[in-house]
Design a protein around this ligand. Structure first.
Ligand code: GLU
Length: 497
């Protein structure tokens, strides 16, 4: 089991092959938590040896995603460190040296068979038989192989898998996994382009970078035994391996496919790190939510800030059972964290959403007032323009009919509106203390519900059915604009007479 007292050296090791999925974000998070909890180091290593799948923008996007979630790394391709380079394509010579070592001590061999991996897998022969049983090069003398290489023969390096016995690898949350070696093949370790495959690179890098705990996606469980063999071949000590739960679709039925992710995205449910912010989610909410997909502290505590996660996270409490994504929970957390923000901070986070919708929110003081008024009414930052845009426009455009209260007609509504205008003009201020009773008295006098009084104010000032409390709204909009909008409301009602 993990000894969380020792400073952990952990790494997040993404392959820059596309957009960064929430699942990767969670893997990074668990690693990060362990590093920060133990006073260790969090390392970012870019695993870019699969050049065919390399996507240029991916590295930048994933770095942005990690930083957005609030994770900074101590070592990495951009910040450096004592164990670099941190981009695998820059470590070619290191891998070559260790691969040669494996060849020389008999744990690997040069293979001159067809190097087209995909074609190879396709051939029927290989579908039925393991490579090690048919490879003519497995037992070729090294001097002879070296000669062939010298003369320019294309080759790969394969692991020489034992036919006998078994291997046991240990996952800190899943326990021991034992497989018969006869089920394993002579996997390619170095491709014909000279670059190592993941299996070799990960073992060499984790060793050289002194990684103590490797938390990685459970997609690597099937090849985990091979990694055990490689450690044994090098005679290196293994890190503590941890493979957290896989994500299931929100309905719990099966793993998320690319198409599922796209369908979710179309329904406003982001799944790539760089989309959450655009969809109005706070990083605090995403971190809390992601941490709980496959980990729990106890059976009741749900809200965890990053600082609390750092304090409370433990590998022992990771649950390896597949976990369905629950977006309702994410929405819940988002509301919780929006409400917990300092208003100045909330205002700053609301700003881009107003701006994107075309509102001029350069008056920062007003923006902060609006943030305070909207704070308890927001579940998501994307609601900001719709709920608060009216504060930042010159004029609003209510429907004339909307200004007529319940059980009223255009004539009585106009009469009421005129009295409201007079009352507002005479009010010393728009505080609850000054304004509430006079409006109630007016409603009684006009023999109508107070809701109709506030309704007219809301519709004429905000032109929407829901707004922050009316006096707060009026205070922010300001006396001059309030009067203008009420007068405009009266004009609209006049057109209906
Ligand atoms: N490059 C691997 C991946 O993206 C990393 C796995 C690991 O963390 O070892 O899946």
């Amino acid at each position: 089991m993990t000894d969380t007292k020792q400073p952990a050296r952990v790494r997040f090791a993404p392959s820059p092959t596309g957009r960064t999925h929430l699942g990767s974000g969670r893997t990074a998070l668990y690693n990060y938590l362990l590093a920060r909890q133990t006073g260790g180091q969090f390392i970012l290593r870019i695993e870019d040896t699969d050049q065919k799948r390399y996507v240029e923008s991916a590295e930048e996007e994933l770095m942005e995603g990690l930083r957005w979630l609030g994770m900074e790394w101590d070592e990495g391709p951009d910040v450096g460190g004592n164990y670099g380079p941190y981009r695998q394509t820059e470590r070619r010579e290191i891998y070559a040296k260790y691969a040669r070592q494996l060849v020389e001590n008999g744990h690997a061999y040069y293979c001159f068979c067809s190097h087209d991996e995909e074609k190879e897998i396709d051939t029927e022969k290989h579908a039925r038989q393991q490579h090690r049983d048919i490879c003519p090069d497995r037992d070729v003398d090294l001097a002879e192989a070296d000669q062939k290489i010298k003369s320019g023969a294309e080759h790969v390096i394969r692991f020489r898998m034992s036919h006998e016995g078994n291997i046991t690898v240990t996952d800190a949350v899943r326990g021991d996994i034992t497989v018969e070696n006869s089920t394993l093949d002579d996997t390619i370790l170095v491709k014909s382009d000279g670059l190592p495959v993941y299996h070799l690179a990960v073992v060499i890098d984790d060793h050289l970078m002194k990684i103590t705990h490797a938390i990685r996606t459970s997609e690597w469980l099937p090849t985990f035994p091979l990694h055990g063999h490689l450690y044994a071949a090098f005679d290196w000590e293994q890190p503590t391996w941890i493979h957290p739960s896989i994500f299931l679709k929100p309905d719990g039925k099966g793993k998320m496919s690319k198409r599922d992710s796209e369908a979710l995205l179309a329904a406003g449910k982001p799944i790539f790190l760089s989309d959450f912010g655009k969809f109005g989610y706070l990083p605090e909410a995403v971190v809390n939510w992601a941490a709980l997909i496959g980990w729990s502290y106890d059976d009741k505590t749900e809200e965890f800030s990053m600082a609390e996660l750092i304090e409370k996270f433990s590998v022992e409490k990771l649950n390896p059972a597949p976990a369905a994504l629950n977006f309702t929970k994410l929405d819940h957390f988002n509301g919780v964290y929006i409400r917990s923000l300092d208003v100045v901070d909330l205002a700053a986070r609301m700003k881009p959403f107003f701006e994107k919708a075309g509102y001029d929110v350069s008056d920062n003081e007003k923006l902060i007032q609006v943030a305070a008024a909207l704070q308890v009414r927001l579940g998501n930052l994307t609601e900001v323009p719709e709920k608060g845009g009216f504060f930042f426009v010159e004029d609003v455009h209510p429907e004339a009919e909307a200004l007529i209260g319940k059980k009223m007609d255009a004539v009585s509504a106009l009469a009421l509106a005129k009295r409201i205008e007079k009352l507002v003009r005479e009010l010393p201020d728009f505080s609850m203390d000054s304004a509430n009773q006079p409006f109630r008295d007016l409603a009684a006098e006009m023999e109508t519900k107070v809701g109709n009084v506030f309704g007219f104010l809301r519709d004429s000032i905000a032109a929407q059915k829901v707004s922050p409390p009316i006096f707060e709204t009026m205070e922010i909009v300001g006396r001059e604009k309030v009067m203008e909008r009420i007068k405009h409301g009266i004009e609209l009602l006049e057109t209906l007479q």
